[in-house]
Design a protein around this ligand. Sequence first.
Ligand code: HSE
Length: 297
Amino acid sequence: MIRVKVPATTANIGPGFDSLGIALQLYNIIEVEEINFGLEINVPVEDQKYIESNEHNLVYQAMKQLFDAVNIHPQGLRINLINNIPLARGLGSSAACIAGGLVAANKLLNDPLKKEEIMYLAATMDGHTDNILPALVGGLTVGCLLENEVKYVKMNLPPQLKLLAIIPDFHFSTKKARSLLPQNVPVEDAVFNISRVGLLVASLVTAHFENLSEATKDKIHQPYRKDFIPNWEEITSKLIKIGVKGCFLSGSGPTIMGILDGDYKNIENEMVKFLSHLEQRYKVTVLDVCNQGLEVL
Ligand code: HSE
């Protein structure tokens, strides 16, 4: 039996739309084994309403991509999913299925593909690199999806950096969130984001956290998505007021992230109190950065 432990991820980090991502210490486990025939997919009971247990299942789809790519097909397959990453909340649950499925399939066939080839297949399946790369390699990643390959750099983040995830109790699909974006962006908005991406990456890896409230600002996707994120203005203003270093929409949302540095207990408690007065229900959780990425157990 192959067991793969794959982390949740937060993408974009504000200005780095479709490029920047961070891996988090919150994991799904994917178990796969070859059986004599058929396809058996075991989905946790609480997820059965949302996750298919047939050939449309995303983990299976990713595995099939790899089997097709190398033209080796197991007789039958059993897949067990142990899910901790909340679904459709901007925490990389789809990327975890894709990255985990591809790596598990590769292991099952004794590693016919190289890491870079898996990376490319995964990024192509997901459509962008910003969840796939940190899921695979961990840390903070900067990635570009080219025609035939992925170019990327992975950086480890300092351990005192943590993310405060404010997770609303509803699903928001990436497809819907992407449909809200305009076809073109003004040059001044592009320049606004480019300068902040540079500042953000440099500040994160050198622990210049004092720059992050400016460096996490974005004009390319958050302004178009925020109306669909309940209490966006109140929550982001409150986060900055109580001392988070920066905040952003996690991936395509609806989770909102605050960046924490060191002592965070007061910030977490204050935020829980603040959110309890709102009509929308939220789960608040502090997540460590995962510098390691996906592991085959
Ligand atoms: N960069 C993607 C987006 C992430 O914002 O649409 C999707 O999880």
